[in-house]
Design a binder for this molecule. Structure first.
Ligand code: PLP
Ligand code: SF4
Length: 337
């Protein structure tokens, strides 16, 4: 038995774990002892958007429970193949805000750099599920072009590494990027949007902290956690490594039907995040991406639930309920009834 105080990065490297991703529907269904009726739809839906998850995430799913809130985020279902009006491939029209390849500049003071095209998990509701990632696989000259854009745009003071998942990049590449970004005078903050703290906590090593920290920048990390069951001791240990390295931690959650559309679950999530040193940031209404309509919580239910959440938590633990609208200069706040 390995004592819990040994960080997971000392046991197995994250690169090793990435080689063992679960990508075959039959493996997932067998490992979780689910009925064979789940297999055919999973095979069909994964032909459109592949199944993908880590062993670490799998270990937090309860076997034999088709309603498990973590399973529902990764299991391909027949419902994904049903076309819904209003649910489209590029709901955020990001292609309109891409001045140079791999860079989205939609909000005045910050740019989003599509730093990596891969994730170690495929969340079925992902708004990037139809994203033309191949067009965005950046070459070195394209990195330079993106950095030149930032350099010549003084109203930008923050660079957000996004993706895919930017922590799919190696530490050397991240360190190079942080160095380049720190070399641009008007940039104050480097922000990383990632799901790795939840899906592969062994990625959170002291070397990573070293790579993304720079004396001239504040480094923030916004993770993505949707349910208290996603947080286990390995996640808490990984987050500690980041926090001890001086990185400020925030969380965003997507409001998902039958997964976390319950004010008590969301209140517990906020409490547990805070215990792990993470501040709740956004609670997102689902983006209308094709194949994800079955995850949507309607506006009226979302507002009622948010009203309840306000009564259950101190103000600093209440995430902002928002939606994203293609033409607005920020996320759009949604107020409770
Ligand atoms: C969400 C988002 C950001 C970050 O927005 P904040 O409100 O600063 O967290 C930046 N750019 C784009 C394109 C986004 O979608
Ligand atoms: S981790 Fe984020 S970007 Fe990757 S599939 Fe999930 S929601 Fe999409």
């Amino acid at each position: 038995m390995i004592p819990r105080t040994v960080p997971t990065w000392q046991i197995k490297s994250w690169q090793d774990e990435l080689k063992e991703l679960i990508q075959d529907p039959k493996t997932l269904i067998d490992r979780l002892q689910l009925g064979s009726e789940w297999l055919e739809p999973a095979i069909q839906a994964s032909a459109h958007f592949p199944l993908r998850l880590t062993e670490s995430y799998l270990s937090r799913i309860r076997p034999g429970d088709p309603g498990d809130p973590l399973l529902l985020q990764v299991l391909p279902l027949g419902a994904e193949l049903i076309a819904s009006p209003d649910y489209i491939d590029d709901p955020l029209e990001e292609h309109r805000f891409t001045p140079v390849p791999g860079l989205v500049h939609k909000y005045r003071s910050r740019v989003l750099l599509i730093a990596a095209t891969q994730c170690a998990i495929n969340c079925r509701y992902c708004f990037r599920r139809h994203f033309p990632y191949d067009d965005h696989q950046l070459s070195r000259p394209e990195w330079q072009q993106a950095l030149d854009y930032v350099r010549s745009t003084p109203e930008v003071n923050e660079v957000i590494l996004s993706g895919g998942d930017p922590l799919s990049l190696g530490d050397k590449q991240l360190a190079w990027l942080a160095q380049q970004i720190a070399g641009i005078d008007h940039i104050k903050r480097l922000r990383i949007h990632t799901r790795y703290p939840i899906i592969l906590p062994s990625r959170l090593t002291p070397d990573l902290v070293e790579a993304i920290r720079h004396p001239r920048l504040r480094t923030l990390l916004v993770m993505h956690c949707n349910h208290p069951q996603e947080i286990d001791q390995s996640v808490i240990d990984g987050l500690n490594t980041l926090r001890e390295g001086g990185i400020q931690l925030f969380n965003q959650t997507v409001l998902l039907k039958n997964i976390n559309d319950n004010s008590r679950i969301l209140a517990t999530l906020s409490e547990n995040l805070f215990d792990a040193g993470v501040l709740p940031y956004y609670l997102h209404l689902l983006d209308k991406v094709q194949g994800a309509a079955h995850f949507a919580v309607n506006d009226a239910d979302a507002k009622t639930l948010y009203g309840e959440l306000l009564t259950l938590l101190p103000g600093f633990l209440v995430p902002r309920l928002v939606r994203e609208t293609p033409h607005e200069g920020s996320k759009t706040p949604v107020l409770p009834i």
